[in-house]
Design a protein around this ligand. Structure first.
Ligand code: CA
Length: 380
């Protein structure tokens, strides 16, 4: 029986390869040329619009010079321009350049700009459910989040959530799994979290408060000074690459992992629906395709560079790298579950998205256990 099976498998591979090769050939310029329409045929409808140039403004929520997260939207604009031969020309503005960073959502809703880039947990005050599309403490990792958003029905739910705001969400990047943060006191037990003043936004901040700490809000530019002067005892930021650039190693003694509070934060584009619908079909697809490329590119940048900077921090700056003790993580996990449940209770929509998130995670769980999880824990 075995040889027969092998033969049929070989035949299948052969047929698939031939089909794939044919599909590739169909895309080649030579063959496309031979299939070109006779010149007597009338032009297709979209061709009428090819002369029209659309000019958009893209508002990001990031400092204009922040690497990777601000580079992503800039590359997106470049790719859109090149793919559309200049028919969609997007000017990118960093946070504060046209409107304050956290007003980008409203500005795009109102049509002041056509598109924005940020993280959906920034809009938690308006849309509690939006947080599930960015980061959940002890939630899904970047690969799993992407699977939910792109292939697990997440994006469709996200579209529903943003529709009342006249916005269309598109995947826009991922920060990779973050670090736990920079601390000026050791965290040996749950008691060490009591009274801890930590700059940590969002749901992670609520968890730290439950643990008896104080979650402090500081703008990016103030964190370093606050840590240096003892206004705060700790801060989280992103991962080794960005944390190195922020210079936190000069003012904090311990660098903790893992980033339980942001296990891979998904970033987003949000597009004014009216502006999107005015685009001809090909430009709409170009926008969607460039967004997906940005989504992929950003995660790859972080994954490729984080360890280079982690090693610089350890070897050149003598940073004391430490893991949170298991008992501390266990307590943080318990508080996180409570915090996430509180978000789900905020309204019916939030409950619905939470249930979808949990159901997807449960669905993929058994596969993750025997693939990624076992792969890492067994040090294969
Ligand atoms: Ca962070």
């Amino acid at each position: 029986m075995k040889p027969t099976k092998d033969n049929s498998r070989r035949d299948f591979l052969k047929r698939s390869f031939q089909a794939g090769a044919a599909a590739l050939a169909l895309g080649s310029p030579m063959l496309a040329g031979s299939c070109a329409k006779p010149s007597s045929e009338p032009a297709d409808a979209p061709a009428i619009q090819t002369g029209r140039t659309f000019r958009w403004k893209l508002l990001t929520t990031w400092p204009p010079t922040l690497p990777v997260v601000q580079d992503g939207p800039k590359l997106f604009a470049r790719w859109v321009k090149e793919m559309s031969s200049g028919r969609l020309d997007i000017q990118v503005y960093g946070g504060g350049e046209l409107v304050p960073a956290l007003e980008a959502f409203d500005a795009v809703t109102q049509g002041t700009a056509e598109i924005g880039h940020g993280a959906s947990y920034y809009w938690a005050g308006k849309v509690p459910a939006a947080q599930f599309f960015a980061a959940v403490p002890f939630g899904m990792n970047p690969q799993q989040s992407n699977a939910w958003i792109i292939s697990g029905g997440g994006l469709e739910l996200w579209e529903e959530v943003y529709a009342p705001f006249n916005l269309l969400p598109l995947p826009g990047g991922n920060t990779a799994i973050q670090m736990g943060g920079w601390f000026n006191r050791e965290i040996n037990s749950v008691d060490d979290l009591r009274g801890l003043k930590m700059r940590i936004p969002g749901l992670g901040g609520k968890v730290i408060s439950k643990a008896g700490g104080a979650a402090v809000l500081s703008a990016g530019g103030e964190i370093y000074t606050n840590l240096e002067r003892g206004v705060i005892d700790a801060t989280e930021w992103i991962g080794p690459y960005h944390d190195y650039l922020m210079g936190f190693y000069k003012v904090a003694r311990y660098y903790y992992y893992p980033g339980w509070h942001e296990p891979g934060t998904s970033l987003e584009f949000f597009v004014n629906r009216g502006a999107f619908e005015q685009l001809p079909g090909d430009l709409q697809q170009i926008v969607r395709t460039a967004a997906l490329r940005t989504n992929h590119w950003m995660l790859c940048e972080f994954e490729a560079k984080n360890n280079i900077y982690l090693q610089k921090l350890i070897r050149e700056e003598n940073v004391n790298l430490k893991a949170f003790p298991p008992a501390v993580l266990e307590r943080l996990r318990t508080y996180s579950a409570e915090v996430v449940e509180e978000v789900a209770e905020e309204n019916a929509e939030s409950r619905k998205i939470h249930e979808a998130y949990v159901a997807f995670r449960k669905q993929i769980g058994p596969w993750a256990d025997i693939s990624e999880k076992i792969y890492y824990t067994e040090n294969l």
